[in-house]
Design a binder for this molecule. Structure first.
Ligand code: GLN
Length: 200
């Protein structure tokens, strides 16, 4: 038998509800995280899309920032999507004012709103390294790109020659919203990265 992974979904702002649904569908036990106590006993955490400046602000006012930093330093597996990728990054290249340090969970530099104002939102079929079953239909909403990355970061997908998905250790990030389509392969990929399987 396998133990269900308890996967937190940061639920301060943005697209968290559909992540919880997707996690449930791939066999994990999703938990909405709004306060420090919700972090206890998590096997992994999803940082959803939304508005990274707002989420960053709420992380600090809710008192979650410090426990998140501690958990990340201790190796908590993370999935960061869109704004969540920006928050997880080591560095933010921001066209807008950005006075907040990111989490530094993955050695990437994230460029906010990098597809430009004219292309606020678009969808594209992209090839993802290591994902069997053909291209993934990716929904980009005022999406960031991965502008630079450390040598041990693997870039897993590209859109218009720009890096849009990456992994370093147990941290996975994508610039698009995998929860908005019924394809669960990215959530499955993430949950499989999370240690915690026990056989009885
Ligand atoms: N543009 C947003 C930001 O900078 C991210 C958009 C999204 O998460 N869909 O936070």
């Amino acid at each position: 038998m396998t133990r269900q992974r308890r996967v937190g979904v940061l639920a301060l702002q943005g697209a968290f509800a559909l992540h919880a649904e997707a996690l449930h569908e791939v066999g994990a036990d999703p938990v909405e995280v709004r306060a420090r106590d919700d972090m206890s006993g998590l096997d992994a955490l999803v940082l959803p899309g939304g508005e990274s400046t707002t989420i960053g602000h709420l992380l600090r006012t809710s008192g979650l920032w410090e426990s998140l930093r501690t958990s990340v330093a201790a190796g908590l597996p993370l999935l960061g999507t869109c704004a969540g990728m920006i928050i997880a990054a080591r560095e933010i290249v921001a066209p807008a004012p950005n006075d907040r340090e990111p989490l530094g969970a993955i050695g990437i530099s994230a460029h906010r709103n990098a597809f430009g104002r004219q292309v606020e939102s678009f969808e594209a079929d992209i090839e993802i390294d290591g994902l069997a079953g053909g291209p993934f239909h990716a929904v980009f909403i005022r999406a960031p790109v991965i502008e630079a990355w450390e040598s041990d970061v693997s870039v897993l997908a590209w859109q218009n020659e720009r890096a849009v998905m990456a992994r370093q250790g147990s941290v996975l990030v994508c610039a698009f919203h995998p929860e908005l389509t019924p394809d669960r392969r990215i959530h499955e990929m993430f949950v499989r990265m999370v240690p915690g399987e026990e056989t009885t």
